[in-house]
Ligand binder design. Structure first.
Ligand code: AHG
Ligand code: MN
Ligand code: MN
Length: 358
């Protein structure tokens, strides 16, 4: 062999596709049947198809509103519906799922009896941040995977109402300047960037660890006057001062697309807050479709997620569209935000009483 050939083989990293990575991870789990790997691969395919539609949305006049509102009473764009329909179709036919819940559908979706059912339950926000589509900002798909507690043929809505502590895998696909698939199945958080020329997600960020201390805070500060807890307002004032733990003001960054705000903070260090407010005393973001899956990813990366009072993973959903206040990101910052929120009452009542009433 010539020396030229040898030097071509030296250096560089192994190119790892999402598929390779899922299969390699499966080998590390004794007795794994491959069902979970097949499910993740199916979500990867759905992510590629949604990415394609998002990329050409302007070209095929798919942009704009359907004129409908979803179960939450919010405006629904055509791509929300497209992504919802595609995910439900792909999940129902992958053979690994028995039930689903989607932000775009009011009730539990059982896989029809004429299709093969598996033991997994998938909850998803088909398109998060969709109000940003018209202005070409980053949006995404968020998913969480749980296991049914019953036989797949007997899976009901109750099986979906499980806390984040029971998640077996979660992730998101962000449609930004690149399309990136981020997932964890309990063995770290890994990100794969789509190479559109070959149609493959390639490993780009291995074992992501989020910084313990943030540089950035992300919240809709325009809502601050109506946040329910004075402590949340005091916390933001503190972050903007030089007397905070970082010794200098934090930078504010808010896209208004949770998946995009979360992704930036995950990589660079940051805290995202959507506190309870007077319009939405229960919080805005949805536990099963947004908060619990992202909390799982964040904790896997060394971060934390809280309602301000309770770890997100411990909140037991009371209904499919259960909402929660969400504080998520760098661990030390989330703990500090909790102390602010718990230490100050909005109403003058002791914090413990306020908590009992919320
Ligand atoms: P969705 O597009 O799935 O309805 O989610 C919208 C969410 C989330 O992405 C974002 O963090 C938040 O709404 C923004 O809310 P505000 O416009 O009230 O700040
Ligand atoms: Mn959303
Ligand atoms: Mn959505």
């Amino acid at each position: 062999m010539s020396s030229q050939t040898l030097s071509a083989m030296e250096g560089g990293e192994r190119i790892v596709t999402l598929e390779n990575h899922i299969i390699d991870s499966q080998k590390e789990v004794p007795g794994a049947s491959g069902a979970f790997s097949a499910l993740l691969s199916s979500i990867g395919i759905a992510g590629k198809i949604i990415s394609r539609e998002v990329r050409r949305a302007g070209l095929i006049d798919i942009l704009g509103l359907t004129g409908d509102t979803n179960v939450q009473g919010e405006r629904v764009t055509k791509l929300d519906i497209y992504a919802h329909n595609l995910l439900t179709r792909v999940m129902a036919r992958c053979g690994q799922v028995c039930g689903m819940a989607s932000e775009e559908h009011p009730s539990f979706l059982q896989v029809p009896s004429d299709l093969e059912r598996g033991r997994y339950i998938v909850c998803f926000d088909p398109l998060d941040g969709s109000s940003n589509i018209d202005v070409n900002a980053a949006i995404g798909t968020i998913f969480g995977i749980w296991k049914t507690r019953h036989h797949p043929d007997e899976c009901t809505e109750e099986d979906v109402l499980q806390p984040g502590s029971e998640i077996v895998g979660a992730g998101y696909v962000i449609y930004g300047s690149s399309t990136i698939f981020v997932y964890s199945s309990g063995r770290g958080v890994h990100a794969f960037t789509l190479d559109p020329s070959i149609g493959e997600f390639l490993l780009s960020h291995r074992d992501i660890k989020t910084p313990d201390r943030a540089k950035i805070y992300s919240c809709n500060e325009g809502n601050a006057y109506r946040w329910n807890h004075e402590g949340a307002r005091r916390y933001i004032t503190y972050l903007k001062s030089e007397d905070n733990a970082a010794g200098k003001p934090y930078s504010g960054r808010y896209i208004g697309s949770l998946v995009a705000d979360f992704h930036r903070n995950l990589l660079d260090g940051g805290i995202f807050l959507y506190p309870a407010d007077k319009r939405k005393p229960e919080g805005k973001l949805r536990l099963l479709f947004e908060a619990a899956p992202l909390a799982y990813i964040c904790e896997q990366a060394g971060g934390a997620a809280s309602t301000g009072w309770t770890a997100i993973r411990d909140v037991v959903p009371k209904k499919l569209h259960h909402r929660v206040p969400l504080i998520i990101g760098s661990r030390l910052d989330v703990e500090e935000a909790e102390r602010f929120i718990q230490g100050q009452s909005a109403t003058g009542a002791p914090a413990a009483l306020e908590r009992a009433g919320s």
